[in-house]
Design a protein around this ligand. Structure first.
Ligand SMILES: Cc1cc2nc3c(=O)[nH]c(=O)nc-3n(C[C@H](O)[C@H](O)[C@H](O)COP(=O)(O)OP(=O)(O)OC[C@H]3O[C@@H](n4cnc5c(N)ncnc54)[C@H](O)[C@@H]3O)c2cc1C
Length: 448
């Protein structure tokens, strides 16, 4: 595909728009201690959230990151804050897959209930720590890709309201323009209990809070190996060794060779985003009149919203499952955006970037521990609330000597997480193309 240079604004940058307000850096970075009570690998939302709770609980905590603080997914996301609506979608999603988990219905329901707690937790944290990150509870609109998907949403809205009272309601196609200035969807569903924030400012707020709480922070420090067992870990890093009583691995989609066991249980998938130049006020208001976040029902989904200030669009999606050049994904995403909003043809792109999310075979985020080595992983593309919450839950479990009420504890990974997979996701381009083909076929059929 040819890259159309006319689509790029003269000030175009191949990096996250969010970094203009808060760029991942090394502020607060210090020396690696020789010994610590709890050692945390990864300075994204999950690592920092765990660190904050532990430090406030009186524990000596060190967080290290191979990159600058937050340079993984946490400062690259779309900033949609949602509660559990994705559970049951399976790797890459799919409207029919929720039914397959019928045997685990009760478990799924308690996981969903808890995901609402995760959504509420973000609000509590933002307020308690005084984090200025444009957090707004303005709800979410999920567009139905086909009439059949819209019908499927009836049951889903009922289930959501019954299980987690999330304020779900259907919007028929005839009323859709009240939610989105587009005729692309066959109606959709509004979820009132959802919101959005500025990902980098939220991350910065967490980092500042960790610093205030006395957490030791070390940037550009890669963990190469973890040896030992509960009470006696040796963490080998590029900056030397550190002895630790307990270790938390909070590396999600950036999990490399450090933990082969985790690595083969999650598939890192690339997600890409563009932002546009400023639009006329009336046009921006027409696009998303209620300022909600937007997502949609096909296997390969897009997610979009207005940026703070409500004059520019952020459009994200899985243009490709594998990592591609930001100019290439920008061109694809622009095409996807103008399929939904033809009125944005000719509007230029200011930023394009990508990051990795971690998918699991059962679409459920997992947390657990083996002999003092704790982990949380598998955000399945939706981790602003959930990974922040799970980090906090791991910390509480440590503070409460192993006790934890979370339903996420004890949910085992599927026995064969991903068939014939040991950590190298060579199959992603093939799977991506296959899902795209299925989505297109379904949509074409629905027009007959
Ligand atoms: C483009 C994009 C859009 C998204 N949009 C949304 C959205 O709108 N809403 C939503 O809810 N979620 C969204 N997400 C998902 C969300 O961003 C993630 O779920 C969340 O940020 C994960 O946080 P984390 O702390 O678990 O992992 P991360 O933020 O990825 O942090 C992991 C860290 O571990 C570090 N690390 C890895 N290995 C090592 C090692 N060996 N030594 C030291 N450090 C190591 C990495 O450098 C990284 O900084 C999106 C993600 C992406 C990429």
């Amino acid at each position: 595909m040819k890259i159309d240079r006319a689509l790029f604004h003269p000030d175009y940058k191949p990096e996250p728009f969010w970094w203009e307000a808060a760029r991942p850096g090394t502020q607060y970075s210090g020396d690696l201690p020789d010994r610590v009570e709890i050692f945390i690998v990864g300075s994204g939302y999950s690592g920092l959230s765990a660190a904050l709770e532990l430090a406030r609980g009186g524990r000596a905590v060190t967080v290290v990151d191979e990159l600058a603080f937050g340079e993984g997914a946490s400062t690259r996301s779309g900033g949609g804050v949602s509660a559990g609506v994705n559970i049951g979608k399976g790797i890459a999603g799919g409207p029919g897959q929720a039914k397959q988990s019928g045997a685990h219905k009760k478990l799924i329901e308690s996981l969903m209930s808890e995901s609402l707690a995760a959504f509420d937790f973000v609000g509590t944290l933002v307020e308690r720590e005084g984090i200025e990150c444009h957090f707004e509870r303005r709800g979410r609109f999920i567009g139905a890709y086909t009439p059949e998907h819209f019908e499927g949403m009836r049951k889903k809205a009922e289930d959501l309201n019954r299980v987690i009272k999330i304020g779900a309601r259907l919007v028929p196609r005839s009323e859709q323009r009240g939610e989105i200035g587009s005729d692309f969807y066959h109606g959709g569903m509004v979820i009132e209990r959802a919101g959005k924030l500025h990902p980098s400012l939220f991350h910065k707020g967490l980092l500042d809070a960790c610093h205030r709480a006395g957490v030791t922070l070390c940037a550009h420090t890669k963990v190469e190996r973890i040896d030992g067992t509960l009470g006696h870990f040796t963490v080998k890093t590029t900056k030397g060794d550190c002895l630790a009583e307990q270790v938390i691995v909070a590396t999600n989609g950036y999990t490399g060779d450090l933990s082969p066991d985790l690595r083969k249980r999650i598939v890192p998938i690339s997600s890409q985003i563009i932002t546009t130049e400023e639009l006329p006020e009336e046009l921006a208001l027409e696009l998303i009149p209620n300022g909600r976040t937007i997502s949609e029902s096909p296997r390969i989904t897009s997610y979009y919203r207005l940026l703070p200030g409500d004059r520019r669009v952020m459009y994200g999606g899985r243009a490709r499952f594998e990592n591609v050049h930001p100019d290439f994904s920008a061109t694809l995403l622009h095409r996807m955006m103008t399929d939904r909003w033809p009125q944005l043809k000719g509007v230029r792109i200011t930023n394009s970037w990508s990051g990795f999310v971690a998918m699991t075979a059962d679409a459920i985020p997992h947390m657990g521990q083996e002999d003092g080595l704790h982990f949380c992983t598998g955000c399945n593309g939706s981790g602003v609330a959930m990974m922040t919450y799970l980090g906090n839950q791991i910390a509480r479990r440590i503070l409460q000597d192993g006790h934890c009420d979370s339903a996420y504890i004890g949910v085992d990974f599927p026995k064969v997480p991903v068939p014939f997979y040991s950590g190298n996701p060579w199959f992603l381009p093939i799977v991506g193309n296959y899902y795209r083909y299925l989505d297109r076929k379904e949509r074409r059929r629905s027009r007959l």
